[in-house]
Design a protein. Structure first.
Length: 198
């Protein structure tokens, strides 16, 4: 799900992140013709489109929500950040969210889950206090994601397969931006080979 401009105030923003295929920010907004023949500005913002620096995918459940966001590490590795918040009746406490920025190795494990190469993964010892973790488990018709941090309520979100495919493609695109001459097919083949090693 794409974020609207109204949501950007609550999002982590990394001003140094500029994807390689970034749209021209100086370009004028597209216009469309109304039925009366008058021109109107479209609400499209390329920063929130796929490949944009604020692009993200959100998945909501009844008691928690999770968001996958474009990000970059301090060492310049393009990756994704996972943010989760608990809530009731689909109202979420984003002020007390759990935020995990995947390392490059963590992103590889994440890809294995969201490209359906591994049935489950678990990433531990994230955060300044090594107290954050991420679990992804394949269940029939969905991936179940759990994001946890010591002292905070665990956030569990079922992700439908079609959304999981989109998240996997987003993560793969982020991973590929770190390399010049490798393809998505090459990465997927290598991950498959590695997962089948004894």
């Amino acid at each position: 799900m794409h974020n609207t401009g109204a949501e950007c105030q609550n999002q982590y923003v990394n001003e140094n992140y500029t994807p390689s295929h970034m749209h021209n920010n100086n370009a004028q907004s597209p216009v469309k013709q109304s039925q009366e023949g008058q021109t109107q500005s479209c609400d499209f913002n390329p920063d929130y489109a796929p490949g944009g620096r604020y692009y993200s995918i959100k998945v909501h459940a009844s008691k928690a929500a999770v968001e996958f966001k474009a990000d970059i590490t301090r060492k310049g590795v393009i990756t994704i950040r996972i943010e989760a918040a608990s809530g009731e009746n689909k109202r979420y406490d984003w002020k007390n969210k759990i935020s995990i920025q995947l390392t490059q190795l963590g992103l590889i494990e994440f890809l294995c889950a969201f490209l359906f190469i591994k049935e489950s993964i678990e990433l531990k010892h994230y955060g300044a206090k090594n107290d954050k973790s991420l679990k992804v488990q394949y269940q029939e018709g969905k991936l179940f994601v759990q994001v946890s941090q010591k002292g905070k309520k665990l956030c569990g979100v079922p992700i439908p397969i079609n959304e999981a495919v989109r998240i996997g493609q987003f993560a793969l695109d982020s991973y590929l931006k770190n390399f010049d001459n490798i393809s998505a097919e090459f990465v997927a083949q290598n991950l498959n080979r590695a997962s089948n090693l004894p």
